[in-house]
Design a binder for this molecule. Sequence first.
Ligand code: FE
Ligand code: FE
Ligand code: ZN
Length: 278
Amino acid sequence: METLTIGSHISSAKGYEAMGKTAVYMNANTFAFFTRNPRGGKAKEIKEADVEKYKEIAKVHQFGKIVAHAPYTLNACAAREDLREFARNTMEDDLKRMEYIPGNYYNFHPGSHVGQGAQTGIEKIAQVLNEVLDRKWNTMVLLETMAGKGTEVGRTFEELREIMDRVKCQEKLGVCLDTCHVWDGGYDIVGDLDGVVQEFDRVIGLEHLKAIHLNDSKNPLGSHKDRHAKIGEGEIGLEALSAVTRHPALRNLPFILETPNDEDGWAQEIRILRERFV
Ligand code: FE
Ligand code: FE
Ligand code: ZN
């Protein structure tokens, strides 16, 4: 029987084993976590024994790939060079740390061009990726589709494609599609999911799509806001989000809930989406 690979964002404060246990408690078989404080700063030391306990849990419960999230403060296309240096160093350090759990994903927000223009943003992001991505890493880095809030780069599939086109180590680069973000960005996944998937395939290529952030949105199509809602309590709705999990081109990907919830709320969303996964 085919199973849905789904989980939520989990706090990494108590380490890997604790994240694994929380995922199991929620009946999740994947999850996401911040590699360090979402606002940046120094990462906690990783304990080998803790990682080993986590790996056992993941094996027993047949977890799919997990999706680490870079801090929000990371801006690879900042105007200030010291901020880009921070982005570069953080990504590099995170990829080193991901080697404890090889074969998973590391997702990041492409960046905000802060008035320099999308084209400059695209070039600067690709430059950082070219400095950091390397065949030696056993982690794939994922560009997240953005809502287009402020000066965010990555609000269209074309912008992500332009970044990808400039990256040399393409085998380590993929895309994570956030349903709230693409909806806010103007892609109608409610009225025409097939059309959006086809558009993604035409512009980026479905083979590069590696993970989905499954979120409802507090705002209407094309609002460029980025305010997540609980599944079924936003403008996208349960039926459309369930259809995303069931879509033939998407159904085998890991789905990550980033909804404003607690553990029991996520457990319930997971149960509801599993029930509808046919
Ligand atoms: Fe994100
Ligand atoms: Fe997201
Ligand atoms: Zn968001």
